[in-house]
Design a protein around this ligand. Structure first.
Ligand code: RB5
Length: 143
C-alpha cells in the first residue's frame, strides 16, 4: 500500500514525527510537503493531496493542519475524496468500516503523536464493510 502525507505549518512537526515512526518500521511515506514550519496555506496542501489520490499516485493520504479542520474542508471539495478527521479510536475504525476514507486527517496542535499513531494503526487494520455503505459512498459522488 502506498501512503502519502502532507501538512501545512500547523501540522509540520507532527508530519515529521509520523514519517519517522513509519521509517523505523521500514515504511516510506511519500512526503508532499510542506518542508518547513514557515506559514503556508492549508488549501494548497489539501488540493495537492486530493489530486495525488485521484490520480492514483497513492492508496491513502494523511493530511495535517493545526486542527485538521481546514485541510479536511479543502480536500473534501474534490469529488471522489473522502477525507475523515480521526478524533478518536472509534472514529478511526468507523471511517474505514463505513466510509472507506481515502484520506485520514489529524490536528498537529490538538492531538498527540501517540494518539495519532494508534488511530492510524486501527484504520489500517480495519476493513471496509461494503454493502449498504458502498451504495452510500457512491451517493456522495452522484449529481
Ligand atoms: C494555521 O494557523 C491554521 O489555521 C491551520 O493550520 C488550520 O488549523 C486550519 O484549519
Amino acid at each position: 500500500m502506498k501512503i502519502a502525507i502532507a501538512s501545512d505549518h500547523g501540522g509540520f512537526t507532527l508530519k515529521q514525527q509520523i514519517i519517522e515512526y513509519f521509517k523505523n518500521k521500514n515504511i516510506i511515506l511519500d512526503d508532499l510537503g510542506t518542508n518547513a514550519d514557515q506559514s503556508v496555506d492549508y488549501p494548497c496542501y489539501g488540493k495537492k493531496m486530493a489530486l495525488h489520490i485521484l490520480q492514483h499516485k497513492a492508496d491513502l493520504g494523511i493530511l495535517i493542519c493545526g486542527t485538521g479542520v481546514g485541510i479536511s474542508i479543502a480536500a473534501n471539495r474534490y469529488k471522489g475524496i473522502r477525507a475523515a478527521l480521526l478524533y478518536s479510536l472509534e472514529t478511526a475504525e468507523m471511517a474505514k468500516r463505513h466510509n472507506n476514507a481515502n484520506i485520514i486527517v489529524f490536528g498537529g496542535r490538538t492531538m498527540t503523536l501517540t494518539d495519532v499513531i494508534s488511530r492510524i494503526e486501527v484504520f489500517l487494520n480495519t476493513s471496509f464493510e461494503g454493502g449498504r455503505h458502498q451504495k452510500r459512498i457512491e451517493q456522495l459522488d452522484s449529481e
